[in-house]
Design a binder for this molecule. Structure first.
Ligand code: MN
Length: 302
């Protein structure tokens, strides 16, 4: 059921990657069916797990070996998908639901963004007030795309059907239908051009606080890799210029974790480029940092 040290997240030894003791569980979801432009997200989870073996276990910012504070981190075998998109999403939901019932913090690694519907649904069942925070270049609010309601371009429209507490950050590409939907439904969308032009205030903390104050106490975080600028994150199917850098992202996530309870999160849409290793390493390090921020909610070093 769990992956062995050679293949698990961070290549942790057995005593730190067992299922029972680990409060954090990594669930690879190598799902790819509807990618519209560049392909390759199916191998995203495997490449992130492989790169994670190179992440330093000691974190200089938190001054600790993060994995020891969670009783370890277990990595499950990738979900075996079959059937339609709806069946795949339901399969992920069931897996995550079972893990939440065992008090695990679940980290899903995609795969296409479509997979997020599963964990968001599971967590929405557990926390009725759940806010869904989406870091993404795209709104993903199309009713359907290329004839498919489960396209990665529709993931937040599917989420909206059962959870209306959606907050979007970093958006810099959408169609008119999505812009209208956001206005009509009053979705809290923080566009990249507003953030970068200082609309929320002159310094970083201003937009951090604006986003955080629009969230309830319990937050599910879904991160599309294309939130980052393609300069540092070129391995995505639909790259968009004007994205976010490493420090501005992790300083936001640190503040978020201090002020709200991040109950689970996912990373999606990494499409590895042969010969290029930094995209998967960045995402592996981001996952480890986030686990650290969630585990240490007291103010960290600034
Ligand atoms: Mn996207």
């Amino acid at each position: 059921m769990i992956l062995l040290p050679r293949d698990n997240f961070l290549a942790l030894p057995e005593e730190w990657s067992g299922f029972e003791r680990s409060r954090v569980v990594v669930l690879p979801a190598s799902y790819e069916h509807t990618t519209s432009f560049g392909k390759g997200t199916a191998s995203g989870p495997e490449s992130i797990l492989e790169a994670s073996g190179q992440v330093e276990l000691y974190d200089e910012e938190l001054d600790t070996d993060i994995y020891t504070s969670t009783g370890g981190i277990a990595t499950l075998r990738p979900i075996d998908f079959g059937g339609s998109d709806a069946v795949a999403v339901e399969s992920i939901r069931k897996h995550v639901h079972g893990l939440i019932g065992q008090d695990k913090t679940v980290v899903c690694i995609g795969g296409e963004h479509t997979i997020s519907v599963g964990p968001v649904r599971a967590y929405s069942g557990r926390y009725p007030d759940l806010s869904v925070l989406q870091l993404d270049a795209h709104s993903d609010l199309r009713e359907e795309y290329e004839g498919n309601r489960y396209s990665h371009a529709c993931v937040m429209a599917r989420v909206y059907e059962f959870n209306k507490n959606i907050v979007q950050v970093g958006i810099r590409s959408q169609c008119r239908e999505e812009a209208d939907f956001i206005r009509q439904k009053k979705i809290a969308t923080f566009y990249a051009f507003d953030i970068k032009s200082g609309r929320y205030g002159p310094d970083h903390d201003s937009w951090h606080d604006a986003v955080i104050s629009s969230l309830g106490e319990h937050v599910y975080l879904t991160i599309d890799c294309d939130f980052f600028d393609p300069g540092i994150m070129p391995a995505v199917g639909t790259p968009e210029p004007g994205g976010f850098g490493w420090h501005e992202t992790v300083s936001f996530l640190r503040r978020l974790a201090q002020r709200r309870r991040i109950v689970g999160f996912d990373i999606t849409e990494l499409a590895p480029i042969p010969g290029l290793i930094h995209p998967q390493f960045i995402m592996a390090k981001l996952i480890y940092k986030l686990i650290g921020y969630i585990s240490f909610r007291s103010p960290a070093k600034d």
